[in-house]
Design a protein around this ligand. Structure first.
Ligand SMILES: *Cc1c(COP(=O)(O)O)cnc(C)c1O
Length: 403
């Protein structure tokens, strides 16, 4: 069976983890700080904070911006539940909007959804392909849109507009107009979950890139406290001579990354260009082979201004129903290949449906979803495996279409 997304475990990774285990310091410490610096150098943003998940990073940034009951946050309907759940955690309302044919949030749908209660937009770089950030960043700076923005705390007054908080869980290393994803918006959040391009088993990072007059170092320092119970010192600082006394300045959260996780991240980032190159070559191989079939809708993952991080290969089949797509997936599995669907749009899931979100309000998302099959992409997938995936997909589609 060809698995969908197994972790890649290699000696250098094991050695770095063992080094941490033997170092006498296993929670947040020197390796986490080094991983943060390496990520900042990679993305060329201002400061980076590593945490235990992307979900924690998104929620912490909503809370940092003071998002609360009565506020609205615009989220694409086509995403993983985390992007919307964090909005509920803050007591605010996710305003779900439709996506475009490239699976990413539709800038005109954002415009139509903005109200005086809108505080944040969370664009999602689906499958690693960057959103239309030129349009999104311009939109939040338009005079007419700024003038309806109602600031009700110091950070909101300082920014004076809607915050763009990218869910870049898929898109580490993707490029848009010559810039990496960590510097495309005010804040970007990466995931290092086990199935993501770069993994620390679980983990995430907040890439800060706030404009003047924000001091990103100061925001970083504050977030370190906020993500460690509001403690004025972290465990490492407390362990130093005379460091035992500390203060608590707020009821903070517990979301720090450990040095065990960071040691995986350090090694993974060192090899990340090779990871991206291998993933791109798998994407190209799929596209080249599948474009020979007139039923195959090849995803866009490179344009003259952007390139993907090649996280998920979202093939669509022209002219099929959701039921046929499901039959095709079963037939692919029967040939020993694991595939997946990214994503079930949120209104298809009970929690959101029961709140009144309705799938028929999002026709493009439904069309994308009902015809989508995600093909496996990972470093260790061999050229022979890729051929087997293509044979399985072609066989399954033709079997179902001719049935
Ligand atoms: C994986 C994922 C997340 C959540 O990441 P965690 O690190 O598991 O919290 C958020 N958004 C999207 C789009 C994801 O795919």
């Amino acid at each position: 069976m060809i698995p969908f997304s197994p972790p890649k475990i290699y000696q250098e990774l094991i050695d770095e983890v063992v080094d941490t285990l033997q170092s006498g310091w296993i929670t947040t410490g020197p390796k986490t700080k080094r991983f943060e610096k390496d990520l900042t150098a990679f993305n060329q943003n201002k400061n980076t904070l590593c945490l235990n998940s992307a979900t924690a990073g998104l929620e912490i940034m909503l809370r940092w911006y003071g998002v609360q009951e009565g506020d609205e946050v615009i989220v694409p309907v086509y995403t993983y539940c985390a992007s919307a759940n964090v909005v509920f955690h803050c007591g605010a309302k996710p305003v779900l909007v439709d996506v475009s044919g490239d699976f990413n949030i539709d800038a005109e749908a954002i415009r139509a959804a903005i109200t005086p209660n809108t505080k944040v937009i969370i664009p999602v770089d689906f499958a690693g392909f960057p959103c239309n950030y030129e349009a999104i960043n311009q939109l939040v700076r338009e005079d007419a849109i700024r003038s309806v923005f109602r600031a009700n705390n110091p950070n909101q007054e300082k920014l004076g507009r809607i915050l763009v908080l990218s869910d870049a869980a898929h898109s580490l290393g993707a490029v848009y107009q010559g810039k990496k994803t960590g510097q495309l918006t005010d804040v970007s959040v990466f995931s290092f979950h086990a199935v993501k391009n770069l993994t620390t088993s679980e983990g995430g990072a907040v890439a800060l890139n706030l404009p003047e007059p924000f001091d990103n170092q100061q925001v970083y320092d504050y977030l370190c406290v906020k993500t460690l119970h509001g403690q004025s010192k972290d465990a490492l600082a407390k362990s130093k001579v005379g460091g035992w006394r500390y203060d608590v300045i707020e009821a903070g959260y517990k979301a720090n990354m450990t040095d065990i996780q960071a040691s995986m991240g350090l090694v993974e980032l060192r090899h990340y260009q090779e990871t991206l190159a291998r993933r791109k070559s798998i994407f190209d191989h799929y596209s080249e082979a599948l474009s020979r079939y007139d039923w195959a809708q090849i995803p866009v993952y490179e344009t003259n201004q952007s390139s993907s991080s090649y996280h998920v290969y979202p093939l669509r089949i022209f002219g099929i129903t959701e039921a046929q797509r499901d039959q095709i997936i079963t037939a692919i599995f029967e040939q020993g290949v694991s595939v997946n669907v990214h994503f079930q749009p949120l209104p298809l899931l009970s929690f959101y449906k029961n709140l009144g979100y309705n799938m028929s309000d999002y026709p493009v998302a439904y069309d994308n979803y009902s015809r989508e099959i995600s093909l496996p992409v990972y470093y260790d997938l061999t050229d022979e495996d890729v051929k087997q995936v293509i044979r399985a997909v072609a066989g399954a589609v033709e079997h179902v279409l001719n049935a």
